[in-house]
Design a protein around this ligand. Structure first.
Ligand code: ADP
Ligand code: MG
Length: 329
């Protein structure tokens, strides 16, 4: 049986790269795993962007989930928060509760985790390991130039509203697993659910172009409301303009709207930008190879609300709710 420290060393510490130094002074050298604290600092003129996300077995993933995919997703959902602020990933910590030290499981989990970490040059700098019901908590640290973060409270009347990629595949995958519908595309949906791709390059490219942004983790309807409330504005959104995959488009209308407008776990970005940024955004979409779709407009200040329209502009009355852990459906 592996001890706590040989487990940390074999699956995490030995594979971790040190955080990259960003200061000339020897005194400010960064420090990774092995001491009581890690030491990091943002480059001069930057702010640290920090976010934590926890994944709990039975709540966020099924007990039989592929451990490689779980390692990927645990970090991906955190990198998505950095992307939503326009921050560049730098380092992360990993707090892990494990029911047992299963070596094959740990090997696959750490492979999934480090494959994504290395792609984003994000160093594992510390953590905590304990026995207990499976629970994974990651904290990420990123850098953003002073004042350049994409905040939720920066939407302005007249802004266009955009989303990246397509929405609804992850929720469709959950529906297929739960037997709510069956489809030949279920494996692609399951991939969307288990292997989300954080939009880090897009978030950084949106600095200085977009006004407000957030990532869509709990469904467009609920998440967009967070942005509207923080900015004190209203939105008009064309429900039929919300981009989805052909497979989701083929679902019955009610299921399609549930998936695209209120489905969780998409990790696409939703952001607002002034009309005169349209050309710059078309270029950004090409540069980062992520489609961007205009879905609506920010209206004058007022009680935050979303007015849904269909493709013809007719009002739609939809009762949609994002995911809430304490009021789950
Ligand atoms: P302490 O008791 O001082 O909190 P620990 O004995 O828990 O330290 O951890 C020893 C070292 O290993 C620390 O540097 C800690 O950050 C690191 N560590 C522990 N668990 C993990 C993990 N799951 N991933 C990465 N680093 C870890
Ligand atoms: Mg500890």
């Amino acid at each position: 049986m592996l001890s706590e420290f040989s487990l940390i060393d074999r699956f995490f510490a030995r594979r971790a790269t040190a955080p990259s130094p960003r200061h000339d002074e020897e005194a400010a050298k960064p420090l990774g795993i092995g001491d009581d604290c890690a030491l990091i600092a943002p480059p001069v003129g930057h702010q640290l962007a920090i976010s934590t996300d926890m994944l709990v077995e039975g709540r966020h993933f099924f007990p039989d989930v592929d451990p490689y995919a779980l390692g990927h997703k645990a970090l991906a959902v955190n990198l998505s928060d950095l992307a939503a602020m326009g921050a560049k990933p730098h380092a992360f910590t990993l707090a892990l509760a494990l029911p047992r030290a299963d070596e094959a499981w740990l090997e696959a989990f750490s492979n999934g985790l480090f494959a994504l970490a290395e792609r984003h040059d994000c160093a594992l700098v510390g953590g905590d390991t304990t026995s207990g019901p499976l629970n994974i908590c990651i904290t990420v640290f990123g850098d953003v130039p002073q004042g350049a973060a994409l905040r939720r409270d920066a939407a302005r009347p007249g802004d266009d509203i955009y989303v990246s990629g397509t929405l609804g595949d992850a929720r469709a995958g959950l529906g297929a697993i739960r037997g709510e519908w069956s489809a030949p595309e279920a494996s692609a949906w399951r991939r969307a659910l288990e292997r989300p791709e954080p939009r880090v390059a897009l978030g950084m490219a949106l600095r200085g172009v977009a006004h407000a942004a957030l990532d869509i983790s709990d469904g467009l309807a609920g998440d967009l409301m967070h942005l509207l409330k923080r900015s004190g504005v209203r939105a008009v959104v064309d429900a039929d303009a919300v981009p989805c995959s052909d497979a989701v488009r083929a679902l019955p209308e009610t299921a399609r709207r549930q998936c695209t407008l209120a489905g969780g776990d998409d990790y696409e970005l939703c952001f607002t930008a002034p009309i005169d940024a349209r050309d710059a955004l078309a270029k950004i979409a090409t540069d980062v190879k992520v489609p961007l779709t205009r879905i609506g407009t920010i209206e004058s200040s007022g009680a935050p609300a979303i007015a849904w329209r269909d493709a013809s502009g007719a009002p739609l009355s939809l009762t949609l709710q994002g995911f809430d852990h304490f009021h789950a459906d």
